[in-house]
Design a protein around this ligand. Structure first.
Ligand code: ATP
Ligand code: MG
Ligand code: MG
Length: 414
């Protein structure tokens, strides 16, 4: 076995798969805890993988015992056990063959960061305390006081406002737009028995995101944050469908400000890694942080082809293993524009085939189109792949070049 550190990964979906693709090129081994045929294990074979759930404490310990560092592709993991592994250690056979010893395994990003981010309400309370601009929010009371608490939120914020589940949500699945008082009862029952919070509606002009690398030394002291360029994200039905680099009609001043805010947010957290900072840009030029993901993100997929010297997946490896050269790194795109489109499952299992065919035939002298499929079964609305188009023209020109692809995807997901 090589002397290179082994990376332990909780979750083996598409983000894990693309992390493994980056690890393959660099000859790093990744031990994955997830189902046997998950997307990541399909592209990275070794005898280190563990079959099971990334929420199962015993399996996480087994994984830690065979790794040098643990990281995640999803934030909805069991952090109590990650804290124990990082601070007390996990039992491994003693080198002298007599019994066991405790081995501490670093967790990156820190379990502390993952725990904070898991609760979207607490996450933003923390950011607000750090002086980071976020939308106003209030926690909703539980049990018999829930309805009156919801009404109070409506009185405070006016309508519409956004009701959100604090934990476990993704792709907007835990969000409910409340258009008026008559929605409150239905929303409350549809959201079920989970902690909720209300957020003031943000009539944003555009959504922006910045990926940020965070590094620390071996003692856990903060070293640096490295922001990628700002990109524009487009959500439809609360699911991210498109990403554009650079954002359209956004001044250099706003771009700089967004990178600064994203860097400040990530500097305020703990551990190494790559993070996504989702933001709203309002009509009057204000930037509000929506949420942070402590891992590679859909909005960073464009970096695979647009920032090939340091894709977000290579960045995850470089940051968690502290491989960033002292003189720094360049995260500048090597193209003028890039557009990422998610491939979402359609009505039939093969609905997206015609999109893939169209994408494969869309490269020309000025545009490159790259298809990524994740090895997942197709279901309506499920993210099963993405394409990235890159070019040397303006992003508006690139958008018009890929408009047949956008149209085709819109037809499939209807
Ligand atoms: P993700 O898959 O990004 O983790 P999520 O389930 O955590 O999604 P959010 O990021 O909270 O959901 O919201 C999803 C989308 O809903 C946002 O990108 C934005 O388009 C819209 N949205 C969220 N909060 C607000 C708000 N306060 N006002 C207006 N629109 C909002
Ligand atoms: Mg989220
Ligand atoms: Mg989000």
């Amino acid at each position: 076995m090589s002397a290179k550190p082994v990376i332990g990964l909780l979750g083996g979906g598409q983000l894990g798969r693309m992390l493994c693709e980056a690890a393959n090129i660099l000859d790093f081994s990744v031990a994955i805890l997830d189902e046997e045929k998950c997307p990541a294990k399909q592209v990275h074979q070794n005898d280190l993988h563990i079959t099971g759930s990334f929420k199962d404490p015993e399996k996480i310990k087994q994984l830690a015992a065979r790794c040098d560092v643990l990281t995640v592709e999803i934030e909805h993991v069991e952090t109590t056990i990650l804290e124990e592994i990082a601070t007390k250690g996990v039992e491994v056979p003693s080198p002298d063959g007599n019994g066991t010893v405790l081995k501490k395994v670093p967790v990156h990003p820190s379990w502390k960061t993952i725990r904070l981010i898991q609760d979207k309400y607490q996450q933003k309370e923390y950011f607000a305390k750090q002086g980071i601009p976020v939308a106003e929010q209030v926690a909703i009371a539980e049990g018999s006081e829930r309805l009156s608490s919801l009404r109070a939120a409506g009185d405070k914020f006016g309508y519409p406002f956004m009701l959100k589940g604090a934990k476990g949500s993704y792709d907007g699945r835990g969000n409910y737009k409340i258009d008026g008082p008559s929605d409150l009862e239905t929303a409350s029952s549809q959201m079920g028995d989970q902690p909720l919070y209300a957020e003031k509606w943000v009539p944003f002009e555009m959504e922006l995101a910045v990926m940020v690398m965070r590094t620390e030394d071996s003692e856990g002291n903060f070293k640096a944050v490295h922001p990628y360029p700002v990109i524009e994200t487009i959500h439809e039905d609360s699911i991210c469908t498109k990403v554009l680099y650079p954002p359209r009609k956004v001044s250099d001043e706003i771009k700089k400000q967004a990178q600064k805010i994203a860097s400040d947010v990530i500097a305020s957290l703990w551990g190494r890694g790559v993070f996504a900072v989702e933001m709203f840009l309002t009509k009057d030029g204000r930037i509000l942080v929506n949420e942070v993901a402590p891992r590679p993100h859909n909005s960073g997929h464009y970096t695979i082809e647009a920032v090939p010297q340091m894709s977000q997946f290579k960045a995850q490896i470089y940051s968690i293993l502290d491989l960033v050269p002292r003189k720094g790194i360049s995260l500048s795109p090597r193209v003028s524009s890039a557009i990422m489109l998610n491939i979402l499952g359609g009505a039939k299992e093969d609905s997206h085939d015609r999109f893939v065919k169209l994408a494969e035939g869309s490269s020309d002298a000025f545009t490159d189109v790259y298809v990524h499929l994740y090895g997942k079964a197709s279901k309506p609305g499920r993210k099963i792949g993405h394409i990235t188009a890159t070019g040397f023209s303006s992003v508006d020109q690139l958008a018009s070049t890929v408009s047949p692809l956008i149209k085709c995807m819109d037809e499939i997901r209807l």
